[in-house]
Design a protein around this ligand. Structure first.
Ligand code: ADP
Length: 459
């Protein structure tokens, strides 16, 4: 039995029965049995069903938003934003289902045609995190189902309720049993079953780098395709020629979104020394205006950390930084509201090798570093094993071009703090993972390419 708590109030909000090993295996059997018929459906039929799912969830958006807010702790306006973002994937892939094109290539034999088709890879599995309990699921499910795959999902233990509600709406919309299944329970045991089953042809995982590496190793035995969206350590670089108002706005919204518990959250903020003091003052002023509160109310507020482990990690990183001599410009301690609330915090005077700079913070902490010139900024930004996203603010075209090629990240975001939408390829390089989600690149992850030589035109 999983007990689900509201991280803002510590109240119990639901109980979910966990699946036994046999029940997980039975769910996998259903997913495998459902695959042939689902993949054989016309793309337009799959598209219609996805569209019905989209419409039925959208009609109940407020109920989903409230559940998301209670389960994850993010505020209602953010929860609504996540639902729009997540619904965007269902809509996008309902359309994209119809656009999985093959190819005819120049032939090497005048009596033959070279045809390339794309086929659904097979039954697949997904393991999702708690920070976007709605969007992470729709992003994976919509892509898989559009491509013709059937899918089993294992949601995070902190946030299974949104996943189960999405499943309920999927059934009502006509997504058959087996085409989509949700299993809940011990992550390690379920992970071993999913990765060990040779019939499952792909795993899509979003979560920590440590678990991603473990799953990749487990998948090696059956040579499964994978999409891995792992940790990040995003640099956010502000040059002296930047529009500072925009840079502050972009930084604060990117950093405080979901209380900093986002893999694309700015983790190391590099500010050119000539504008450092001005920038610090402006960030302080912007953050001072933001309230910390439970999220079931109107307007943007910073919510709690999701659980005690998340809270302890943030508190520990900040204490370590303070002990190492960091200057605390704001916050730096648990919030007076108690529980899992932590004060939005601004720190400077840190070294590049401090844990705050090398680890993913996952909390409302602005860690700000000074740099002298462009070469130094790019070099230090790249000084990490991660490569998910890099942000930079500058008005100079030449510098923008150098940044876009010089920054080692799957996504380079210039003059904006906003990354995601259904129509762009989301994903990382280095130890942030591989594979892309969103856009037409996303569906390629769920198909394989088949080369067919059709010879014999002369007989
Ligand atoms: P976080 O630290 O952000 O919770 P995790 O990588 O631990 O990140 O969790 C992301 C997802 O991976 C969750 O659904 C979690 O249950 C799952 N998970 C954690 N450990 C394992 C494991 N050993 N095998 C499979 N899934 C796992």
């Amino acid at each position: 039995m999983l007990i689900v708590y509201n991280p803002a109030t510590a109240e119990e909000i639901g109980r979910v029965a966990t699946h036994s090993t046999d029940e997980v295996k039975a769910a996998l059997d259903r997913v495998c049995a459902a695959f042939p018929a689902w993949s054989a459906r016309l793309a337009s039929e799959r598209s219609d069903i996805l569209r019905r799912w989209h419409d039925s969830v959208k009609a109940d958006k407020e109920a989903f938003a409230e559940l998301l807010c209670r389960e994850n702790g993010k505020c209602l306006s953010e929860a609504r934003g996540e639902i729009d973002y997540g619904l965007g994937f269902i809509e996008w892939y309902a359309e994209e289902a119809k656009r999985v094109y093959g190819d005819t290539l120049p032939t090497h034999d005048r009596n033959a045609q070279v045809v390339v088709t794309k086929e659904a890879v097979g039954p697949v599995a997904a393991i999702t995190p708690w920070n976007f309990p709605f969007m992470m699921i729709t992003r994976k499910v919509a892509t898989a189902l559009a491509a013709g795959c059937s899918m089993v999902i294992k949601p995070a233990e902190d946030t299974p309720l949104t996943a189960l509600k999405l499943l309920e709406y999927a059934r009502k919309a006509g997504i058959p049993e087996g085409v989509l299944e949700v299993v809940v329970g011990d992550p390690k045991a379920i992970g071993l079953i999913l990765t060990g089953d040779p019939r499952i042809r792909k795993i899509s995982f979003t979560g920590s780098t440590a678990v991603g590496k473990l799953l990749a190793a487990q998948c090696a035995a059956t040579v499964k395709k994978m999409t891995l969206e792992l940790g990040g350590n995003a640099p956010f670089i502000v040059f002296e020629d930047a529009n500072l108002d925009e840079a502050v706005k972009g930084l604060v919204s990117a950093k405080l979104r979901n209380c900093g518990q986002v893999c694309i959250s700015p983790n190391r903020i590099f500010v050119q020394r000539s504008i450092l003091q001005t920038f610090l003052r402006r960030v302080q002023a912007a953050v001072a205006d933001i309230e910390v509160d439970q999220g079931l109310r109107e307007g943007f507020v910073v919510g709690p950390l999701v659980n005690q482990a998340g809270f302890d990690k943030v508190a520990h990183l900040v204490e370590q930084a303070k002990a190492a001599g960091a200057e605390v410009l704001m916050g730096g301690k648990p919030h007076a509201k108690g529980g899992l609330f932590y004060e939005p915090t601004i720190l400077t005077g840190l070294q590049d090798d401090s844990p705050l700079a090398t680890e993913e913070i996952f909390g409302p902490v602005f860690a700000i570093y000074a740099f002298e010139d462009e070469e130094e900024a790019i070099r230090r930004a790249n000084q990490t094993e991660f490569g998910l996203v890099a942000y930079a603010y500058t008005r100079a075209l030449g510098r923008s071009l150098r940044l876009s090629s010089g920054l080692e990240a799957g996504m380079v975001i210039l003059n904006s703090g906003s990354v995601g939408t259904a129509s762009v390829p989301f994903g990382g390089i280095k130890q942030s993972g591989y594979g892309r989600e969103g856009s037409y690149y996303g569906i390629e992850e769920y198909v394989h390419v088949k080369y067919v030589l059709m010879a014999g035109a002369h007989f």
